[in-house]
Design a protein around this ligand. Sequence first.
Ligand code: G
Ligand code: G
Ligand code: MN
Ligand code: NA
Length: 254
Amino acid sequence: LNLERDLQHALENNELRLHYQPQLDLESSKVIGVEALLRWQHPTHGNMSPAVFIPIAEERGLINDIGNWVLETACRQSVSWQEQGLPPLRMAVNISALQLHHVDFYEKVATILAATGMNPEMLELELTESAVMQHEESALVLMQQLKALGLHLAIDDFGTGYSSLSYLKRFPFDKLKIDRSFIKDLPLDTEDGAITQAIIGVGRSLKHKVIAEGVETLEQQNYLRDEGCDQMQGFYFSRPLPPEELVELLEQNS
Ligand code: G
Ligand code: G
Ligand code: MN
Ligand code: NA
């Protein structure tokens, strides 16, 4: 198994796909966005998880090409859905640490927006705390530039990294994504409940949207709605779907 070599060919051989997982507004129960999640159908080994191949892509210098493909494909998909008359959905895209800190990142984002006609307001980049904190000063400047383009910024896996409150105030985030490790034992686990409530409270104070990820049960959904969480994402509503299936689900839900 030579994943490095195979990854190099995956782009050219059209083996990469994006699936889209709906994000629901908890008050209206409407789908208001999707997260693009990368899928790789390896020719002989079948589905490979991005948790496995993204780190390899980062090590081998392939992450920028893959990341740019993801960003461009997600933007094209979003524009195409708008042209088909689907309700407006914000498109969330995961950005890896190395991709974020690459010298050409800002220019690449601007180029892709222009080339695809994507409305910057409808694009959300998901960054992890550790990615931002690796080069705090340059990350801050970059994030301010991205905000000036109109993009939204979300902190992914919130609660598992540094999570200092001064950092939350300093960086121009729009949204906190509560890590699914805090959600999975709700509503029974009182410590996870306390952490979840605290994150919702901080988000509200700073006027950030708060989304819970990994919501798998009706009880979790109800708990989060009662606690004032804004949005949710998880298998309870839908797993990540290929584009055709996402459109079907939206048609059933409208
Ligand atoms: O969707 P799944 O559970 O297989 O994702 C596993 C991990 O891979 C998650 O941490 C997710 O954020 C990450 N991931 C999925 N798609 C992308 C992508 O397009 N770019 C980056 N950098 N990470 C991704
Ligand atoms: O790190 P990030 O939050 O980007 O990871 C997204 C990953 O979470 C994807 O691999 C996706 O498949 C997975 N995921 C999405 N919803 C659920 C869920 O309800 N439960 C679990 N266990 N994983 C989920
Ligand atoms: Mn994510
Ligand atoms: Na996450």
